[in-house]
Design a protein. Structure first.
Length: 185
């Protein structure tokens, strides 16, 4: 479902990223294939320096279908950026990719909070965030971050995924899975 970023995936990912339904919502925009390769190399180097965390989202056959990233890491928190190719929208890849990424961030890499800035006009992303049982609308609980995001005009909603809420969700899911397996046995 997730793998470390690799320059070899650039052609497939660039073609998906430039789709008009995807491109406006991509943080690291590239307007040519060469620029995308350059940005991918920069991303890999930035991860090596601890500035961000980036993974390629894959389908069940290991083919690249998008990226998921944690940007602007500061004090064990950062901002999530995810995009999935148009052909894969609505096919159930978003939530499992986020789940796998959050497990790595919170349980392996020491991240304490993940923020999502979502354009108020991006209904698809807002609904996806609202479906996550461990995400909370943080416009009022994180007023300084919310104000910084919207300093020029009111464009974004702020969601937060705190480690403790994700951990509770994860433990509950594991417990439900083991109970289901016990009932089947």
């Amino acid at each position: 479902m997730l793998k470390k970023r690799d320059v070899h995936d650039s052609h497939v990912l660039f073609d998906m990223m430039t789709h008009p339904d995807v491109f406006p919502f991509v943080r690291q925009k590239a307007h040519s294939y060469e620029e995308f390769v350059f940005v991918t190399k920069q991303t890999i180097e930035a991860e090596e320096r601890g500035e961000l965390i980036s993974r390629t989202i894959t389908d069940e056959w290991g083919s690249p279908i998008g990226t998921i990233n944690l940007y602007d890491i500061d004090q064990n928190a950062g901002f999530l950026g995810t995009w999935i190719g148009k052909d894969y929208h609505g096919k159930g890849y978003n939530a499992p990719a986020k789940e796998a990424f959050f497990q790595e961030l919170f349980f392996e890499l020491g991240i304490e909070a993940v923020f999502m800035r979502i354009r108020k006009v991006n209904i698809r992303s807002r609904k996806a965030a609202e479906k996550l049982p461990y995400a909370i609308l943080a416009n009022e609980t994180r007023p300084a971050i919310y104000a910084e995001l919207n300093k020029d005009e009111d464009v974004y909603d702020l969601f937060e995924i705190p480690k403790d809420l994700f951990t509770l969700h994860h433990m509950r899911t594991l417990q439900e899975t083991s109970e289901e397996q016990a009932m089947e046995a």
